[in-house]
Design a protein around this ligand. Sequence first.
Ligand SMILES: [Zn+2]
Length: 259
Amino acid sequence: MGDYVKFLGTAGARFVMARQLRYSAGTFLCLQGQRIMLDPGPGTLLRCARCRPPIDATTLDAVVLTHSHIDHSGDVNAVLDAMTAGGFQPRGRLFAPAECLDGPDAVVLGYLRGHLDGITVLGPSAVYALGPVGFRTSVRHRHPAETYGLKFNSDAGVVAFLVDTEYFDGLADAYEEADVLVISVVRQKPHPSGSVMHLSVDDARRVIQQVRPRQTVLTHFGMTMLTADPRRIADQLSAELGLDVAAAYDGMALELREP
Ligand SMILES: [Zn+2]
């Protein structure tokens, strides 16, 4: 099987996560045979075991965190423990911003770190490799935690994950090379307070319009998005922009094929 992405969860805000209206599990990537768990939020291990076909977390090659928030990291220790067979089989790598590893918001238990083949600290706009898979980070996002988006090389070209951020000038520039863009759209409309550092549909439209990816997938939905129906919003964006825009659902697999 070629490269693919599997959305184990698509929840994106506190109430959607708290009530599990959508699962808050992470996103599984299979790229060049490397098995990567991205942002393992609460329930990731359970969704690995229960999705069809199941994902064997003991065979993961790496865990990648974009930031420390609980909907992105709640299951990180459980997944690292599974990847290393409880420490009996030291293996696998962790990639994470420094804030996930040090300081008051560190999320990775110390005793698990010694079970890994290596820990790489992510910084802004840098290049990394996991075996044959190359990837890059974006500029630092505007979000209350140290946050970077990710751009992986794949069979389908660059598959980018534009995770939590508020909109800012230069955001779309940081994702210009994306052939497939997975974008976190938490809110249907901007929060009236203006202080919620997440993208709205209007923000996402601006990014998609500039980047013009071959394929766009909306995910990480908050309550206002679920009420508005993500599929309807994706269809509207497709029609408006003349581009392929879809809404992720829990368990959705996205095959990454050569164009
Ligand atoms: Zn966040």
